[in-house]
Design a protein around this ligand. Structure first.
Ligand SMILES: Cc1cc2nc3c(=O)[nH]c(=O)nc-3n(C[C@H](O)[C@H](O)[C@H](O)COP(=O)(O)O)c2cc1C
Length: 158
C-alpha cells in the first residue's frame, strides 16, 4: 500500500521549496519540501507538512515562525542538500538573513515568512499552517519542479 501510494503521488507534479526556521540560539534549520501550498487569502495562510522523523522536526514542532523559499530550476543541488539529513546544509552560503531574523534562500523565486497559526497532527507528519507576515518577490524565472521522483524544468514559465 505505502509503495503504491508513493507511486500514485509521484504522478502529481509539484514545485520545490526550502522551509527554514531558527532555534532559540538563532541557528537555522531547514528541509526541502514539496508539501507547500496556499490555504487562505484572507488572512493569507500557507501550509507545509514536516515529517516527524526529520532531524529538524523538533525545531519546527516548537517554533513560532518559519519561512519558505520557492526554488528556481538551477537550485536542484540545494534541494538535494536540504533533503539529506547528513548534509552541512547552511555551510556553503546562498542564504540571507531577513529583517525579521529568518533565514531564506538568496534570490529564491519568491519567499514568504510566516507566524505559526496552527499545528495539526497528521499521521507521520505535522501540518504547520502559517500566516504570511512578510513576502518577497524576486526576478521572474523558471521554477524547480518535482515529478516522478525527478527534478524537472518548466521552461515555458520563463
Ligand atoms: C522534492 C522533495 C520534496 C520533499 N518534500 C518533503 C515534505 O514536504 N515534507 C517532509 O517532511 N519531507 C520532504 N522531503 C524529504 C526531506 O527534505 C528530507 O527527508 C530531509 O532530509 C528531512 O529533514 P532533516 O534533514 O532535518 O532530517 C522532500 C524531499 C524532496 C527531494
Amino acid at each position: 500500500m505505502a509503495d503504491d501510494f508513493k507511486e500514485v503521488m509521484a504522478r502529481f507534479p509539484t514545485g520545490v521549496a526550502i522551509a527554514t526556521t531558527c532555534d532559540e540560539d538563532g541557528d537555522p534549520h531547514g528541509l526541502t519540501v514539496s508539501s507547500f501550498c496556499s490555504v487562505s487569502l484572507e488572512p493569507p495562510l500557507v501550509l507545509i507538512c514536516v515529517a516527524k522523523s526529520a532531524k529538524c522536526f523538533p525545531v519546527f514542532a516548537r517554533t513560532g515562525e518559519f519561512a519558505v523559499s520557492m526554488l528556481r530550476e538551477r537550485h536542484v543541488e540545494l534541494a538535494l542538500r536540504f533533503a539529506n539529513s547528513k548534509a552541512r546544509k547552511f555551510g556553503d552560503g546562498g542564504f540571507v538573513r531577513t529583517s525579521r531574523g529568518g533565514v531564506v534562500v538568496d534570490n529564491a523565486l519568491a519567499t514568504v515568512e510566516c507566524k505559526v497559526d496552527r499545528r495539526h497532527d497528521a499521521g507521520d507528519h505535522v501540518i504547520l499552517v502559517g500566516e504570511v507576515v512578510d513576502q518577497l518577490l524576486s526576478d521572474a524565472g523558471g521554477p524547480a519542479v518535482y515529478f516522478n521522483r525527478k527534478f524537472a524544468a518548466l521552461s515555458s514559465a520563463q
